[in-house]
Design a binder for this molecule. Structure first.
Ligand code: HXC
Length: 258
């Protein structure tokens, strides 16, 4: 499918979706988010994809929601259009693992989009922030909720109230990102992580994603029950038999997603 604001490249079981509005530092407008959702859904449904990467440019993952698109909207417009709510839900429904590869600015909606992915690999140039407070508003796609879960109350408050940016090192030490790599190695390192994931049983990786996400929606006891039932359920798959037989036979497992 031809897109105007993103570039999709699928190779070796990995779909890489690059945000591509260079003149606006990949600011998220309706078209970009709709195209991103469509590409994610296509990747989720494709038997050629076992892991998804979302990335931007070297200068910006995304500098936030498009301020030009929002500036003249009224409360009624935002509410009637449920601005970006539908797209947020569509991204949350994706079942395959999604890695965000972040270089440069990931601000406002850009930081929120990165946090909607399953984990974030950052280049050493990455800068995260929720600067909406400088525009007289607040975060609207998870910057007060997901950020608090990633980094805790104190830092989430700091980021949302001062609008300051967090560099890659601080993002790593506070748990917002899982690893930091030199800018030049960002895509190589991300592709290698994606390849590792793509080599697993997709049934197991989707179950792992689903179960970890459950941790943020429920009590520990309920979450542990959910995990246990999901774990038992995987014993109904051929991939479990193959994975454990391969271990015993000291060979690589050949998963078939069955
Ligand atoms: C629209 C944007 C933009 C944005 C940058 N641009 N961010 N356009 N929306 N969020 C445009 C600029 O207007 C400029 O266009 C071009 O991109 C390059 O940006 P510069 O500002 O010239 O670059 P630089 O000086 O390097 O500064 C980079 C920056 C700054 C620090 C990232 O652009 C910035 O502060 N951007 C806004 C960040 C922000 O407030 N984000 C939160 C948005 S609200 P021209 O045409 O002038 O060259 C949000 C709400 C989410 O995200 C919730 C939704 C439900």
């Amino acid at each position: 499918m031809a897109y105007e604001t993103i570039i999709v490249d699928t190779a070796d079981d990995v779909a890489t979706i690059r945000l591509n509005r260079p003149d606006a530092l990949n600011a998220l407008n309706q078209m970009l988010l709709n195209e991103l959702c469509t590409a994610l859904e296509e990747a989720d449904a494709s038997d050629k994809v076992r892991c998804i990467v979302v990335t931007g440019s070297e200068k910006a993952f995304a500098a936030g929601a498009d301020i030009t698109e929002m500036a003249d909207k009224s409360y009624v417009d935002m509410t009637a259009q449920a601005y970006f709510q539908n797209q947020s839900r569509r991204i949350e429904q994706i079942r395959k693992p999604i890695i965000a590869a972040v270089s440069g600015y990931a601000l406002g909606g850009g930081c929120e989009l990165a946090m909607m992915c399953d984990f974030i690999i950052a280049s050493d140039t990455a800068k995260f922030g929720q600067p909406e407070i400088n525009l007289g508003v607040i975060a609207g796609m998870g910057g007060t909720q997901r950020l608090a879960r990633y980094v805790g109350k104190s830092k989430a408050m700091d980021m949302n109230l001062t609008g300051r940016f967090m560099d890659a090192e601080e993002a790593l030490s506070s748990g917002l990102v899982s690893r930091v790599v030199p800018a030049k190695k960002l895509m190589e390192e991300t592709q290698s992580a994606a390849q590792k994931i793509a080599a697993k049983s997709l049934l197991a990786s989707m179950a792992a994603k689903d179960a970890v996400n459950r941790a943020f929606e429920t009590t520990l006891a309920e979450g542990l029950n959910y995990e246990r039932r999901t774990f038992y359920g995987l014993f109904a798959t051929q991939d479990q038999k193959e994975g454990m037989a391969a271990f015993q036979e000291k060979r690589e497992a050949q998963f078939r997603d069955k």
